[in-house]
Design a protein around this ligand. Structure first.
Ligand code: AMP
Ligand code: ZN
Length: 456
């Protein structure tokens, strides 16, 4: 198994901490709105990683956090809290109770989206608001070890105290993070970040006064609670690498004295018009938007599968349309297989392993499945078996293409056989007439290699 590690910036041979087990943490959504298809790309990546390791025989313990408090608009501790923004949008008073209620609404919607995309639900989906004790404990340790200082608005991590701060992505603090405009004049250094933010009215009690944990400490706290001090894999989108993840490393490693994460995996962006899709830029395309335009969530999954997770993906409706066609073609090929028998085809399983264990190469796997289904020298029962195998990673519900095969009403069956005869007699006009008639009943017909394939 080879994995590209953002820490070493190399593809490395994967070595787990414990043989047969993977401890994986995924940075999850901030539930201040519906997740968009850019966010979902990063959760899809986590799903592929999980499915891959499960396929090659590991047990994966997976944690994805839900940030329902404490995420500021800017990673550099400036701007509004994202949840506060949501309350304003909903015209609600800024109270902790309202914050948690709004968070619950979007958390529920988020889980629905995961299901629709066939993303396996992680073993744990902890909420930041329910794990404040862990944050406080970690900040206390950091304080005891001399890594913190106090300003008028919170407790901060003193990055200059950690020699290796910024090791992820080879961060050059003097240049690269200058963009983190230091709006807080009391910070000793622009890269220092909040561990605890004071708030007299809302929030939780702590040894430093009432307030909220910083966004970064939440992930360190939850990762430690559910997975322990050192884990195998930590994921997130590219934008989290330089600030959020370097800060997580700082908190976790300075408090435990141990390596926090062995493999950092970052997913590239889903862009629109060459720019990262983001809510702030108005690019709020969600699963609901897709469904309103008559796309299925699995069309999106097929689109994701076509690109390697480390490649940028430019989204457009045309591209989604061609993914939809690609998936439909795949299903048609499967519907043509007229047996439920399945016969092992180990050579294909080996191929699956080769592709996915090369840094999760889903585009190659997808292409190989199409190739296999087009290969006339491979028997139907073997193909059936391979579809089932490939779908363990692809997650396109291909196995159900057949069981979900639509019940064809008797009148349509008669029309189909009439059309078959018309085609045998090369009566194309009648054939087209019947096709249009069938369409009126809500069924779409297409001819694939001489077979009439019907879709609802
Ligand atoms: P957030 O809800 O802002 O905390 O983001 C949740 C996850 O979505 C993070 O891992 C982000 O890196 C990721 N993400 C945000 N925008 C995009 C995008 N356009 N493409 C891919 N991943 C994204
Ligand atoms: Zn995180």
């Amino acid at each position: 198994m080879k994995v590209y590690n953002s820490l070493t910036m190399k593809k490395e041979e994967f070595k787990p901490i414990t043989y047969g087990e993977i401890l994986m943490y995924n940075c999850g959504p901030t539930v201040y709105d519906y997740v968009h298809i850019g966010n979902l790309r990063s959760f899809f990546m986590a799903d592929i990683i999980r499915r891959t390791f499960e396929y090659i025989g590991y047990r994966v313990k997976q944690v994805m956090n839900i940030t329902d408090v404490g995420h500021l608009v800017s990673d550099g501790d400036s701007g509004n809290d994202k949840m506060t923004k949501a309350l304003k949008r909903h015209d609600l008073d800024i109270t902790l109770e309202n914050m948690l209620n709004v968070g619950n609404i979007y958390t529920k919607a988020f889980k629905e989206d995961l299901k629709k995309l066939n993303i396996k639900i992680p073993d744990y989906l902890p909420k930041a608001s329910e794990n404040i004790k862990e944050d406080i404990e970690m900040i206390k340790i950091l304080e005891e070890k001399g890594y913190t200082y106090k300003t008028s608005d919170g407790i901060y991590f003193d990055t200059k105290k950690m020699k290796s701060y910024g090791k992820l992505g080879g961060l050059n603090l003097d240049e690269e993070t200058q963009s983190r405009v230091c709006t807080n004049n009391e910070k000793k250094f622009h890269a220092d970040f909040a561990l605890w933010k004071f708030d007299k009215k809302n929030g939780w009690n702590s040894p430093w006064g009432n307030g909220f944990p910083g966004w970064h400490i939440e992930c360190s706290g939850m990762s430690k609670k559910y997975l322990g001090e050192t884990i195998d894999i930590h994921t997130g989108g590219y934008d989290l690498k330089s600030v959020h993840h370097n800060n997580e490393i700082a908190q976790s490693e300075c408090s435990s004295g141990k390596t926090f994460v062995n493999y950092w995996i970052h997913g590239e962006f889903l862009n629109i018009n060459g720019e990262k899709l983001s809510k702030s830029k108005g690019g709020n395309i969600t699963i609901k938007t897709l469904e309103e335009k008559n796309f299925s969530p699995l069309d999106l999954r097929y689109l994701y599968l076509q690109s390697h997770y480390r490649s940028k993906m430019d989204f457009s409706w045309e591209i989604l349309e061609s993914a939809k066609n690609g998936l439909s073609k795949l299903r048609k090929k499967i519907l043509k297989l007229k047996t439920n028998r399945s016969e092992e085809y180990i050579e294909f399983k080996e191929k699956i392993k080769v592709f996915i264990s090369d840094d999760f190469n889903t585009p190659m796997l997808l292409a190989e499945l199409h190739k296999l289904l087009d290969d006339k020298n491979i028997g139907i029962s073997k193909k059936n078996w391979c579809i089932e195998e490939a779908d363990k990673i692809l997650g396109l519900d291909l196995i159900n293409s057949k069981s979900k095969e639509i019940k064809i009403p008797d009148n349509i069956k008669i029309l189909l056989s009439e059309r078959k005869m018309a085609r045998e007699n090369k009566d194309w006009i009648r054939s087209d007439e019947i096709r249009d008639e069938i369409l009126k009943y809500g069924f779409k017909l297409s001819d694939v290699n001489g077979e009439q394939i019907i879709e609802k």
